[in-house]
Write a protein that binds this ligand. Structure first.
Ligand SMILES: O=C(O)CCC(=O)C(=O)O
Length: 274
């Protein structure tokens, strides 16, 4: 699927933006299902039926939902990352073949797929919303040295809506200093803005990049949400990954308390199985 020039470019630059990897018909149902899931909670919380195909009206309702019930917004945001369609995409031949071509001879999923809804109106303080400063994903994944991240928006995306910005070749400089290993692991040293390249996408385009590539979120200055997906993979055959015991830094566990106290009643259960 990839030409040798593309593979060379990936090795040199640490990223490869592939145009039209997937037909819109594959991305659209994932985006649509995510909106439909949010719409159900919007109706419950705001008492408002929203048309998921009316982008501005739907997104205005998203912002109102965020303000009205942050907990429900946050768990709905997690729920949309668990759809069957999104997970199927993460193991689709198109993506796995590309990752193999990039050198991951024995690919394995590094972490569950994630979906982001980037907007300053989905921010607690209007400033530090889901917009990441300069970082390397390797610091939170700690996987194989050739670990690959796949990033793509589900809407057309360029500078205005804050598509990803990358520093070509920065993967070759190795792991840079940062104070934390998790999502807060922003690179400590000052990086000249002129080193960043703005990436641009139509729906179906995908960015493949080394987990060591320095990158950051763009600044979404529009009133729309930048819906995007990230998929991450490691290579089971990479010698240091084997040597380090296949580290798995992502913590996934149930919380200790019931979210809805005194629920469910036996009557509710009997109704389900009636
Ligand atoms: O989508 C974004 O704005 C940032 C995503 C990112 O950099 C990451 O998940 O590593």
């Amino acid at each position: 699927m990839l030409t040798s020039a593309q593979i060379e470019q990936y090795k040199e630059q640490g990223f490869l933006l592939l145009k039209g990897v997937l037909p819109k018909e594959v991305i659209e149902p994932i985006y649509r299902e995510a909106r439909a899931i949010f719409a159900k909670q919007i109706e419950r919380v705001l008492g408002q039926k929203v048309d998921i195909d009316d982008r501005d009206a739907f997104e205005a309702a998203m912002f109102a939902f965020f303000e009205a019930d942050f907990n429900a917004f946050s768990s709905t945001g997690k729920t949309v990352q668990h759809t069957i369609a999104l997970h199927k995409l993460g193991v689709s031949d198109e993506i796995i073949d590309a990752i193999k071509a990039l050198g991951l001879t024995e690919p394995v999923i590094a972490v569950r797929p994630s979906m982001q809804f980037n907007s300053r109106f989905l921010s607690k303080d209007g400033n530090t919303y889901w917009r990441l400063g300069a970082h390397q994903d390797w610091r939170n994944g700690q996987g194989s040295l050739d670990s690959v991240v796949v990033w793509f928006p589900m809407v057309p995306a360029g500078e205005e809506i804050g598509a990803l910005q990358v520093i070509p070749g920065s993967h070759r400089d190795g792991l840079m200093q940062a104070d934390a290993a998790g999502y807060a692991g922003v690179i400590g040293e000052e990086i000249d803005d002129s080193r960043y390249v703005q990436t641009e996408y139509e729906v179906g385009d995908m960015l493949f990049f080394s987990a060591l590539l320095v990158h950051r979120s763009g600044n979404n200055v529009t009133r729309n949400i930048r819906w995007s997906v990230q998929l991450r993979y490691n290579n089971l055959a990479e010698p240091t990954f084997i040597e380090r015991g296949y580290p798995m830094p992502y913590i996934y566990r149930p919380q200790d308390e019931l979210i809805t106290p005194d629920f469910p009643t036996s009557e509710q259960i009997r109704e389900v199985y009636a």
